[in-house]
Design a protein around this ligand. Structure first.
Ligand SMILES: Nc1ncnc2c1ncn2[C@@H]1O[C@H](COP(=O)(O)OP(=O)(O)OP(=O)(O)O)[C@@H](O)[C@H]1O
Ligand SMILES: [Mg+2]
Length: 509
């Protein structure tokens, strides 16, 4: 990237520095510009561009008319770079002196020149990647720089992450890349609830292709490939609180559940499905619950036997699956749970059961020696409003909102992926201290994200609307400013990651 002069500051305010663009410097929306010396400089980010002209508007209209009507061969004064130009609006986002980065509180000198950012300027963002999660490369507009952005994993995961974008902008791709970068470290347990069966890579590239996958990636699926695990969960592991915020229940239904649980212990679900009548419970409540369980679990009772229309919930097997998953997480693995064959409610219930189990394991260990050795756990949930939307948590917390609120104390965090940020309550959003914002053309969604971001993104509206696939803005309490990044496409990333690894090994040998 050229380090020549790209423009000159001609006025403005702290929030909007005006720069006249040098005619050939191709400044784009989102570009990072630099003013100052190599040792001490200010980074500015472009958020809008307009035309500027020395020629009065009427004259420009006349000149355009002459050209359009074929009488304007000689109207060349308009081309002059001196008289017509572009004015760039940019916001100072960081003052850098050596390795110290500060939020700008002074305007850069009047009339100072600006240039495009270079790799050298941003070296301070490069840190030792150990214990960190790779997010992508720094981006200036749509130009990808050679600087990799890593965020400390323990802090980021336990303070929750929100990944927001319209469909198809690369949310799942980004999360796959992030997870790839931590597999094999054993430092984090990550649970991925995967409704589209796209993370493991059953029939294409995926996390299974990681060189350390054998030891550090576990896949639970109703149809597991050889060597992986069956996702079978015994219905006796279901507790009434697992249903909160997942299955809509009325008060009489809740009461009925409480009675069954008290009287029949672990066999409460089974007996409801079977239709065993309990005193004080109206039959109607039971038949409604039977229907709800049939939808969520796929389990019903017919011809004197239990039947199931999926292979996940079982009356007879799967008693140790949840414990197995929790123990995988505790030993620093990425656990992918393929819920693609379940109904929405079934999937969320499985998630809720695992999340509850992990959370209680960590909460119970808190304060003990054991706790210090437990790795942080992050729970990746796709289409998060299904459990985090306002109406899902009004009646009381479900496990996800509990984790969003107090998980940090217990080293358990959420990584919530969403197309809709606006339906998630502010209290939950403000607890999510890292937001990875990909392209979004819906103004309402952009403003919900911007309002809850860790940095002032008020000028970023237009940038967010114009982000292409893989282009993101990372706003986090763990970055000094909102960093524009590009996350590579997973397939390309893993082939280059493998090459890098080979190179590194060669050096060692
Ligand atoms: N960084 C990238 N560069 C190029 N292509 C990308 C990038 N990220 C994603 N894609 C492509 O865009 C498509 C959609 O990506 P992805 O599935 O990650 O989007 P998404 O935001 O998760 O969508 P959805 O909301 O449907 O889940 C994929 O086919 C992927 O190959
Ligand atoms: Mg996706």
């Amino acid at each position: 990237m050229a380090s020549e002069v790209a423009g000159q500051i001609i006025g403005g305010t702290m929030g909007e520095v005006l720069i006249r663009e040098k005619s050939d410097s191709n400044i784009e929306l989102g570009d990072l510009l630099v003013t100052g010396t190599k040792e001490s400089f200010t980074i500015l980010q472009v958020f809008d561009i307009r035309y500027g002209s020395q020629i009065p508007e009427l004259t420009r209209e006349l000149a355009a008319g002459l050209i359009l009507e074929g009488r304007g061969e000689r109207v060349n004064f308009l081309d002059e770079a001196l008289r017509n130009y572009r004015v760039v609006m940019a916001r100072p986002i960081a003052n850098v002196t050596g390795n110290t980065v500060r939020t700008p509180k002074r305007l850069p000198p009047f009339f100072s020149t600006v240039r495009h950012v270079t790799n050298e300027d941003l070296r301070f963002l490069e840190t030792d990647p150990r214990g960190k999660v790779f997010i992508g490369n720094v981006r200036s507009g749509s130009k990808v720089l050679d600087i990799k952005v890593h965020i400390p994993g323990e802090e980021m995961f336990t303070h929750h992450v929100l990944v927001a974008a319209t469909t198809g902008r690369g949310k799942s791709n980004l999360v796959k890349v992030m997870l790839w970068s931590i597999i094999g470290t054993g430092k984090f347990g990550v649970l991925v609830l995967d409704p589209h069966d796209e993370y493991y890579g059953r029939s294409g590239p995926g996390l299974k292709d990681h060189p350390e996958a054998k030891r550090f990636v576990r896949y639970y699926s109703p149809k597991p490939p050889p060597g992986q695990n069956s996702l079978v969960i015994n219905i006796s592991s279901i507790e009434p609180e697992h249903l909160e915020g997942i299955i809509d229940l009325t008060d009489p239904q809740r009461e009925a559940i409480a009675i069954y649980r008290r009287k029949l212990g672990n066999h409460w679900v089974e007996n409801i499905i079977k239709g065993v009548v309990e005193e004080k419970v109206p039959e109607r409540s039971i038949s409604v619950l039977q229907r709800k369980f049939r939808v969520a679990l796929g389990v019903y009772y017919e011809d004197n036997q239990f039947k199931t229309n999926n292979d996940t919930f079982s009356v007879s097997s799967g008693a140790s699956t949840l414990d197995q998953i929790v123990s995988d997480l505790v030993s620093g693995k990425v656990v992918i749970v393929d819920t693609s064959r379940l109904t929405d409610e079934g999937e969320l219930l499985v998630g809720s059961m695992i999340a509850n189990k992990v959370f209680s394991r960590y909460r119970d260990a808190k304060g003990s020696d054991d706790f210090r050795h437990l790795p942080p756990v992050s729970i990746v949930i796709e289409e998060a409003p299904r459990v985090l939307a306002e109406d899902k948590i009004v009646e009381g917390d479900n496990i996800y909102s509990t984790i969003a609120r107090e998980g940090r104390k217990f080293k358990v965090g959420l990584l919530a992926i969403t197309q809709l940020t606006s339906v998630i309550p502010r209290t939950v959003l403000t607890n999510m201290n890292t937001k990875i914002i990909l392209g979004n053309e819906m103004a309402l969604e952009r403003s919900a994200i911007i309002q809850s971001a860790a940095q002032d993104l008020s000028t970023e509206e237009r940038n967010i609307a114009s982000l292409d696939k893989g282009e993101a803005i990372v706003s986090s309490i763990f970055t000094r400013f909102a960093v524009p990044v590009y996350t590579p496409e997973f397939e390309k990333f893993i082939s280059s990651a493998r090459n890098v690894k080979k190179d590194a090994e060669l050096v060692v040998e």
